[in-house]
Ligand binder design. Structure first.
Ligand code: F6R
Length: 281
């Protein structure tokens, strides 16, 4: 278990974890890590492709990005973004859409070029949904693939809107939302009746293609999902467990969301007896 700001996994004894005392410190560490790559690529005259999540979890991460832009002159001019998902039926300018969420929390507050923002269009006509999803995949490929994927996790273990039992190989697709997700997210819509029941989302296969993944999970509500994702079997019943397959994924936790891990002492043991693996790699 890492407690320092080096979020890069070293050796895969377990899904690499970084447990922070507070979600704000965690969010700043994640922002610093991504900002480091943005700046390094700027020096090389190259772009960076970010996969972005919405929901309550990444709000302080985006706030830190905005602070870095305003106070430390971090430019996003070389950044390309792809958002994970969008509610079916909502266009990007609908007040409850994830498109609007992104504008409110990030896009309108930084210097990210409009042409480099990619969002799924929840309002695409039924007959065009499959083509729209295929095009999104094609755009990710054309941009060179995702360098850094930011994820949250649902209480039921979903990543993006890949609900339990969806294929671990799925590509961008239309998903029906689970009852748990409808319950968890309906407050934003005022009532369950007004909440969309479907969403477009990158698939689990799409997410696993990212070169680097940082999944953030904070608070006691995420304890069971974190426990299953990190220590449970690799299973479609917990889509987050697919991260066990990824060579460069790190799970960023606070002490509340980490509280259910059964092997926390073992992770500390491993970390305190680190060999100089580079000698062996
Ligand atoms: C949103 C997304 C979802 C959320 C998850 C957690 O783009 O991909 O998987 O990350 O539902 O939501 P919060 O952060 O609101 O608990």
């Amino acid at each position: 278990m890492q407690t320092e700001h080096t979020l890069l996994p070293t050796r895969l004894e377990h899904v690499p974890l970084a447990v922070f005392a507070h979600r704000l410190t965690a969010s700043c560490a994640v922002a610093a890590e991504v900002a480091g790559l943005i700046r390094a690529r700027q020096r090389q005259g190259r772009t960076v492709v970010l996969g972005l999540a919405t929901g309550s979890t990444p709000v302080s991460f985006y706030a830190e990005f905005v602070r870095l832009h305003r106070e430390e002159r971090l430019s996003f001019a070389n950044v390309i973004t792809f958002n994970l998902d969008e509610y079916r039926g909502l266009s990007a300018d609908h007040p409850r859409s994830y498109g609007r969420f992104m504008r409110r929390h990030l896009f309108d507050l930084i210097d990210l070029p409009e042409t480099r923002i990619h969002l799924l269009d929840g309002a695409v006509p039924d007959a065009a949904v499959d083509a729209h999803c295929r095009e999104y995949e094609e755009k990710i490929r054309a941009a060179g693939g995702i360098d850094f994927q930011i994820l949250g996790i649902g209480r039921n273990g979903h990543i993006g809107f890949n609900e339990p039992t969806g294929s671990l190989r799925s590509r961008t697709w239309l998903k029906i939302l689970s009852e748990q997700t409808l319950k968890d997210n309906s407050a934003v819509f005022g009532s369950l009746a007004e909440m969309p029941k479907h969403a477009l989302t990158m698939g689990i296969g799409t997410i696993l293609d990212a070169r680097r993944i940082l999944l953030l999970a904070f608070g006691p509500a995420k304890v069971r999902a974190v426990e299953h994702m990190v220590e449970g079997p690799l299973a479609a019943i917990c889509p987050g467990s697919a991260l066990q397959l990824h060579p460069r994924a790190t799970v960023i936790l606070d002490e509340n969301s980490a509280a259910g891990l059964h092997y926390a002492d073992h992770y500390r043991w491993i970390d305190s007896h680190k060999l100089d693996w580079q000698k062996y790699d």
